[in-house]
Design a protein around this ligand. Structure first.
Ligand code: F6P
Length: 344
């Protein structure tokens, strides 16, 4: 039994625990694991590295991915899919574990559907926007990084009687802004899922100031829409292999609006890739480890075209095809709980 493993898309803390978990379960059963480097690029170009219990034992607390990552989409050029299939044959693989978000797992799902390639998926992303799993690893670390940043900002904005606008990642799902904002007790939270009422936001901030709170904190998700045309703000015109634009900049816009309307000094902090950096939290280490071990078990059971997922406290498996293609966005119940503090 020889198993390939790759990590694709934006990196996040928790990838290495998954790799370690897959290696452990496959090797415990007498199998061999090979890492494919830099996501699907390594599968196309045949870039590999051996993975063993020994060389993955110390990676549990290391952020990022020891395999490297990329946003390469083999389906962009038909010849790349053929190269990928050749790599699979040449390496003598019996299965391929793909660790990634919607894009990476979408490719794994398609390879299974189109070529019956023995793929197993493992859900990753700080955005927490994958369907069929309660949570993705990387998310817990990201919201804790945001929380720490907001708590640090709180002391300086309070000293200067300012308002801070904190822009988080998350693409078109507001989970990071919602949960980090909730954990930090933000004065207002703006998400992609709900139209931004900037008048109301400014009134809430002004009322709180008048009531004695001399500073304010607004958390805005990068995909929130605050412009009159309701479009999201992008960093540039570039799109990646999967057609995604690079979001960013809405925080500055929100800060300008607040400063203009309230006449209060307002600063924007864009947390950016810091949210994806550093060591995984205990939660993400444990979730990553469990998902990795169970992805290995699926391979050993010959259950392909499946994705491991967390449902409740159990690791289950679902069809890859059911998990990809539809984002899990913020649900109304959760939002209403948070909004009780600023929309009443
Ligand atoms: O999907 C994870 C994510 O961090 C998003 O939240 C963000 O919009 C995007 O990736 C940034 O991508 P890149 O690392 O390519 O700039």
């Amino acid at each position: 039994m020889k198993v390939g493993i790759l990590t694709g898309g934006g990196d996040c803390p928790g990838l290495n625990p998954v790799i370690r978990g897959v290696v452990r379960s496959i090797q415990n059963a007498g199998g061999e694991v090979v890492g494919l480097l830099e996501g699907w690029r390594g599968a196309i170009k045949g870039l590999t590295t051996p993975l063993t219990i020994e060389n993955t034992d110390e990676i549990l607390g290391k952020g990022g991915t020891i395999l490297g990552s990329s946003r390469t989409n083999p389906y962009k050029r038909p010849e790349d899919v053929q190269e990928l299939l050749k790599t699979y044959e040449r390496l003598g693989l019996n299965a391929l574990v793909a660790i990634g978000g919607d894009d990476t797992l979408g490719v794994a799902s398609k390879l299974y559907a189109d070529y019956k390639l023995n793929t197993v998926g493992c859900p990753k992303t700080i955005d927490n926007d994958l369907s069929c799993t309660d949570v993705t690893f990387g998310f817990d670390t990201a919201i804790n990084i945001c929380l720490d940043a907001i708590e640090r900002l709180r002391t300086t904005v309070e000293s200067h009687r300012r308002i801070a606008v904190v822009e988080t990642m998350g693409r078109h799902a507001g989970w990071i802004a919602l949960e980090a904002g909730m954990a930090a007790g933000a004065d207002y939270i703006l998400l992609p899922e709900y139209p931004a009422d900037v008048e109301k936001m400014c009134k809430v901030l002004a009322d709180r100031r008048a009531a004695g709170k001399k500073y304010g904190i607004v958390v805005v998700s990068e995909g929130a829409k605050v412009t009159p045309d309701e479009g999201y703000v992008t960093q540039n015109a570039k799109v990646d292999d999967f057609g995604h634009v690079s979001l960013g900049g809405v925080g500055n816009l929100v800060a300008e609006i607040i400063e203009k309307k309230l006449g209060v000094e307002t600063r924007c902090v864009v947390l950016g890739h810091i949210q994806r950096g550093g060591s995984p939290t205990a939660f993400d280490r444990i979730l990553g480890t469990r998902l990795g071990i169970n992805a290995g078990r699926l391979v050993l059971q010959g259950k392909f075209g499946r994705m491991v997922a967390l449902q409740g406290t159990s690791i289950v498996d679902v069809a890859l095809a059911d998990a990809v293609g539809k984002s899990k966005v913020v649900d109304d119940d959760f939002y209403r709980d948070a909004a009780e503090f600023f929309e009443a």
